[in-house]
Design a protein. Structure first.
Length: 174
């Protein structure tokens, strides 16, 4: 996977206005896997460890065959991704990943705005996401986007909350 133009990387300016998010199929598994591994690479030391780091291209392919995914594109290069599941009353987003050198520049926001638009277009009233409590920046990111904690959960073997369910209402219930 090549990298976006150096002008985009050298600047600290947001790039979200230049990002195009498009749905992708299971054939994009190698790209989704590479983006996810790069974005989650700093999570090896988390307790509990992230399951994203144990994924293979084949497990991602199976995941994409069973659910949906989208890629964020900048200068014709993939720079972020997310996976989603359409449920009866919501769109659930998981594994939001942005290439490390472009994190904090609006790509994650663009991906989530795309997911919210998808939910609205499908007539779904809300978007949900599961968010680990560590690192704390993840929780803060979703709060800034208007997501609210609706439940706390513990990974197996833990007696304290390790992740939360969050949701954002994107469409009034009819």
């Amino acid at each position: 996977m090549s990298r976006p133009s150096s002008a985009r990387l050298d600047s600290e300016q947001p790039v979200a206005s230049c990002v195009e998010v498009r749905v992708c199929g299971y054939d994009a598994a190698p790209v989704v896997h590479e983006l996810t591994q790069a974005a989650f690479a700093g999570y090896e030391a988390l307790d509990p460890p992230s399951g994203a780091l144990r994924e293979s291209v084949e497990s991602v392919r199976r995941d994409l065959e069973a659910a949906g995914a989208a890629l964020a594109w900048l200068d014709s290069e993939p720079v972020g991704c997310l996976r989603f599941v359409v449920a009866a009353d919501h769109l659930h987003v998981r594994r939001v990943a942005v290439t490390p050198e472009l994190q904090g520049r609006g790509i994650g926001r663009a991906l989530m705005a795309w997911a919210e638009a998808q939910a609205e277009n499908r007539g779904l009233p809300r978007v949900t996401v599961g968010v680990r409590l560590s690192p704390p920046g993840n929780l803060a990111f979703y709060r800034r986007l208007g997501y609210q904690v609706v439940a706390e959960h513990a990974h197996p073997g833990y007696d304290r909350p390790t992740w939360v369910s969050m949701q954002k209402v994107v469409r009034a219930a009819v």
